[in-house]
Design a binder for this molecule. Structure first.
Ligand code: NOJ
Length: 758
């Protein structure tokens, strides 16, 4: 979680007349280019460099205050401001007092909701329903835009195969195919049908690229990825975002193969613009331009500015390095004026497309109407319901009967609004989620629902963002208080008919600077769980967490486990909907659950080895326990059962470049309506390079009534059957044999073969 209080910008008291009119005009590329050229023609070099500069809105930033910089035309964008009055104050300075009167672009991290909070992105990926993410980000955009925000720093598209890395919570998990679908959906949700669409914001695909592969899962650590893996695994969500028309990209912090991503011309120029034809602009991550010196790459600030701009970073986020050094670099001839113009152009183009020249201001009264819209809460509840994954349900303990009289809700997160909303709240947001305790009480108005938190949990090493989080300064429990809390919780469980335990991670345990060496339940939670299970009461475990956890004991000893992730504003209601059977869970894991944190990185799409999983030697990979996942990628249960059968590949041979259809029949074999996510995996048996033992290449989430059967059709064409070959140094489609599996998770056994021929 990254919670900050807005600190005054240094300009107060100006009342701005709000001028809000119709939607931005939809302009052709030629019209936008003509307007940008006209603007450039009247701007000084200093103002152009100003457009490349994003100023931070906090008092603690060194140097002149934003208002002074803006008045001189020294800033094109403002970061970390979330106050619509101040937006208008600063905007008025920009459009009335600065030399060329160019409006500011206000950027903020709106990652999974503005006021109405949606499940964290990892959870939304668990829905395996891109429309969930699209609708969620459309609501987030609508609220954020009403609050005066033009630009969000999302979606986060980093593939994460190591759950120790805290930022896994912000993305779609381990898989490039699912990740690409979620990427495109989020871009559509944020931006709407076109850049500048009313009630939408500009999206930012981040963090380009490879950030999720940090050595040891340690946030910010260097990344080493061979080009094949970078292109086949880490690039697809970013390329999907470009195809979906994303307006901006953010360059990542870390070294990629010894070149920092924010000074990496291969990434930002050769691939992003050259190969993918990206037309928008790139902003660095916060302070990343100045960091090029700290990272031991650039000699000094001047060298950092030169290398970031030359690599393709258009806008310097908050480090002031461009403002300080670009004028000198142009004066000395190291950079040409045309280099600056080229960097400014896409920034101005986005401002033109957004209609900011016509409507620079925010209607300060609009937010109140927009955030109160009941359909936003409805969407949040639906998104949370569709994101949850049923991991275990022995003896069909779930759904619980609504006639239950006495429920104990236990655990440190059971009544935590922060943990329910999860990681990455926007600044100045007061958590207001419905907690699990509240959700169950609302579901069972006539029952006794008792709550006991048990011992608290907290990070061993505080979050660097804790200093600015209002609730983080609470005094820690003493050992005696913790002991007493544990005893009370067990006693509460003893007195109940059924126990719902809500365990996992607090909001600051995942996210930026929130990596972990262990994936066990933190604190004394497992001890609490064991003590409650020992009472002999039926126990349901609800997990609120931002990453896979190694819950091996629970997986064998707790009859029902619901992975609820960090489900957002309506989380408690959605959990109650599922626990009491109003909703049948249908989510699937977008990431492998390991048995131990030390097994990470563990992901399904590994290459085969000379002793594959089918060989007896595989199980001795580690001599101290099985190396297999606790729960595989794609896994999730339902209150009903499904059969998937009759797998057919339309032809045994397909010509390279042509598609082939794959079909399978799915039947609901149980007694209630439910959702199945049918998944298709391939394996190329031989070829120019070794290929992963399985790769997801198709999925569909279906709702089926009891007894209902549907045929699912997938298409495998060159897009699915090609890959970037290390041997060939390019994208290839080999003429070779393929396995194909269709099933309910990545361990599917229903199998067929086909071959690609020339
Ligand atoms: C740093 C984070 O890495 C990035 O994701 C975020 O968008 C920026 N700070 C701005 O808040």
């Amino acid at each position: 979680m990254f919670v900050m209080r807005w600190a005054t910008v240094g300009v107060l008291g100006l009342v701005v007349g709000t001028i809000i009119g119709a939607a931005a005009p939809v302009l052709s590329d030629a019209e936008v280019a003509a307007r940008v050229d006209a603007l450039l023609g009247r701007m000084s070099l200093g103002e152009k460099i100003g457009q490349l500069t994003q100023v931070g809105a906090f008092d603690f930033f060194p140097g002149p205050k934003p208002a002074e910089v803006i008045r001189k035309g020294g800033a094109g964008s403002v970061l970390w401001l979330n106050d619509r009055k101040q937006f208008n104050v600063l905007q008025k300075i920009a459009v009335e007092e600065s030399p060329s009167k160019i409006p500011l672009l206000f950027g903020l991290d709106v990652i999974h909701g503005y006021q109405t909070i949606f499940p964290v992105p990892l959870a939304m990926a668990s829905s395996w329903d891109p429309s969930v993410a699209e609708r969620a980000q459309a609501v987030a955009a609508r609220e954020a835009r009403a609050a005066g925000i033009h630009w969000t720093f999302g979606p986060m598209l980093d593939i994460a195969r190591d759950a120790r890395w805290g930022r896994i919570v912000e993305g779609a998990g381990e898989d490039p195919f699912l990740g690409a679908a979620m990427a495109a959906a989020q871009v559509r949700g944020f931006q709407g049908p076109y850049l500048g669409a009313p009630d939408h914001v500009v999206a930012c695909a981040k963090h380009f690229a490879g950030y999720g592969a940090a050595d040891g899962g340690r946030d910010y650590d260097p990344v080493y990825l061979p080009e094949g893996r970078l292109r086949n695994v880490y690039f697809p969500p970013f390329q999907a975002a470009v195809k979906a028309g994303v307006g901006t990209f953010m360059s990542a912090y870390m070294d990629l193969n010894d070149v920092p991503a924010s000074g990496n011309r291969f990434l930002l120029h050769d691939v992003l613009r050259g190969e993918w034809g990206f037309q928008g602009f790139v902003v660095s991550d916060a302070f990343a331009v100045a960091n090029l010196v700290i990272q031991g790459f650039a000699r000094d600030g001047r060298d950092a500015a030169f290398r970031a701009l030359s690599a393709g970073v258009n806008m310097d986020m908050a480090s002031n390095t461009y403002a300080e050094h670009l004028p000198g670099l142009v004066k000395d001839g190291a950079l040409k004026p045309a280099d600056i113009d080229a960097a400014v152009r896409p920034i101005l183009a986005i401002k033109v497309r957004l209609g900011l020249f016509e409507q620079p201001y925010t209607d300060e009264s609009k937010l109140a109407q927009v955030v109160a819209l009941p359909e936003h809460r409805k969407e949040a509840r639906l998104a949370a319901q569709r994101s949850m994954v049923l991991l275990r349900n022995e003896g069909r303990l779930l759904p619980l009967a609504k006639s239950v009289k006495n429920v104990a809700v236990i655990g440190p997160l059971a009544n935590s609004k922060e943990a329910t909303e999860g990681s990455w709240m926007v600044f100045d947001h007061t958590p207001a989620a419905v907690t699990v305790v509240e959700g169950i009480r609302a579901m069972l108005p006539g029952a006794k629902v008792e709550y006991a938190p048990g011992p608290e949990i907290r990070r061993d090493i505080p979050s660097p963002f804790e200093g600015v989080a209002p609730d983080a300064k609470k005094a820690a429990q003493t050992p005696e208080q913790a002991e007493a809390a544990l005893r009370t919780a067990v006693a509460t469980a003893r007195g109940a008919d059924v126990v719902v335990m809500v365990l996992g991670e607090s909001a600051d345990m995942a996210g930026e600077a929130a990596s972990r060496a262990s994936l066990d339940l933190p604190g004394r939670q497992e001890e609490l769980l064991k003590a409650v299970v020992a009472t002999g009461k039926p126990v349901v475990l609800v997990l609120l967490n931002g990453r896979p956890l190694s819950i091996g004991w629970a997986a064998e000893n707790v009859p029902a486990i619901l992975e609820a992730w960090e489900p957002g504003s309506e989380g408690g209601n959605a959990i109650a909907d599922i626990l009491f059977g109003d909703v049948n869970p249908g989510g699937k894991l977008p990431v492998t659950f390991p048995r131990k944190g030390s097994h990470e990185p563990l992901y399904y799409a590994r290459n085969l080895t000379h002793s594959p999983e089918s060989s007896p030697r595989y199980s001795s990979r580690y001599w101290d326990g099985p190396p297999t996942p606790l729960y595989p990628f794609g896994y999730g249960l339902s209150y009903t059962t499904f059969s998937i059968a009759n797998l057919k590949v339309a032809a045994p041979q397909v010509k390279a470049g042509s598609p082939v259809a794959v079909t399978a029949d799915v039947t609901n074999t149980g007694s209630v309506t439910g959702d199945e996510v049918v998944q298709l995996y391939i394996h190329q048996k031989a070829g120019s390079d070794s290929r992963p033992m399985r790769e997801l290449k198709g999925f569909e989430r279906l709702t089926l009534k009891p007894g209902e059967k549907k045929t699912v059709t997938f298409s495998l064409g060159p897009a699915e059957l090609s890959y970037w070959s290390t041997k060939a140094g390019k994208l290839v489609q080999d003429a070779d044999a393929f396995d194909v599996w269709v099933g309910a998770d990545s361990s599917a056994t229903l199998h067929a073969d086909f071959a690609v021929v020339r």
